[in-house]
Design a protein around this ligand. Structure first.
Ligand code: BTN
Length: 262
């Protein structure tokens, strides 16, 4: 589907957003296949770090490992950030996820947001957001998808029992542009330090939604999650007591199912 430009997003002009987020450039699209694909194009055109693409709607939003990311108009934060050259992508989704969790907490303190290794944001056991970091040449594009106001019936049937949005989980309406601004500020704070992962580690441990849960990992089978180590690996304790470091792949809860949405 063809992309449609908009001069503003969430009621703010693109140059106003760029000035308030202290970024060199913000692209605002009414509809685009994927903000990550557009950000990748901009990297190839030598866009400066902190160039940001936001869209009201994505028609071909992508999740990890080729999954579709449902991105209906006006319902969420669909944003991609071009990150500085030279940042190691390992552990980056966890750094970005921790910054997003912190930003959500600052805008909606009543929402208990957790991080599900390696790239999910959870509320009440359900996925509220996801991070997709992609290396493009020497840069990384950090794609952030957060369901802000998607109603329970607004998710595709195959993810409906596992997905939620911030407004379904909390008592207030949230501004997507305020949330985006808080995320950009939190990201900048973390990523301009010499050791971004070390910088977020304590917050990540505090937000770890898997710790102590029965899980099934794609890479190493089932067991109990025992935290995330200082290199970003998930620690899995198998039923025989042995521990393995899981460094990639996806994870599912193997104990209680997600709570039904009221
Ligand atoms: C996942 O959970 O698998 C990651 C989802 C990432 C979705 C975001 S929305 C903005 C950006 N553009 C995309 O096409 N994907 C990311």
């Amino acid at each position: 589907m063809k992309a449609r430009w908009a001069d503003e997003w969430d009621g703010h002009a693109h140059d106003t957003l760029a000035a308030s987020w202290l970024t060199p450039r913000v692209e605002t699209w009414a509809s685009i296949p994927s903000t990550n694909d557009r950000a990748a194009e901009l990297v190839r055109e030598e866009a400066a770090p902190w160039t940001i693409v936001v869209a009201d709607e994505q028609t071909a939003g992508r999740g990890r490992r080729g999954a579709e990311w449902h991105s209906p108009a006006g319902c969420g934060l669909w944003m991609s950030v071009v990150l500085a050259h030279g940042l190691a992508p390992e552990g980056l989704p966890l750094v970005v996820g921790t910054a997003c969790a912190e930003a959500i907490r600052s805008r909606a303190p009543e929402i208990a947001v957790g991080i599900k290794w390696p790239n999910d944001l959870l509320v009440g056991g359900r996925k509220v957001g996801g991070i997709l970091c992609e290396r493009i040449d020497d840069s990384v594009v950090a794609g952030i998808g957060i369901n802000v106001s998607t109603p329970p019936g607004g998710f595709p049937a195959e993810v409906r029992s596992r997905a939620t949005s911030l407004e379904v989980s909390g008592p207030r309406e949230l501004s997507r542009s305020d949330l985006a601004g808080s995320i950009v500020a939190a990201l900048r704070l973390r990523l301009t330090r010499s050791d971004p992962f070390g910088e977020v580690y304590d917050d990540l441990v505090a937000a770890d939604a898997l710790r102590g849960r029965r899980i099934r990992t794609e890479q190493a089978g089932a067991g109990t999650a025992r935290g995330i180590d200082t290199s970003g690996a998930l620690l899995l304790e198998r039923d025989d007591g042995s521990r393995v470091r899981v460094i990639s792949g996806s994870v599912r809860f193997a104990d209680a199912p997600a709570r039904p949405v009221p």
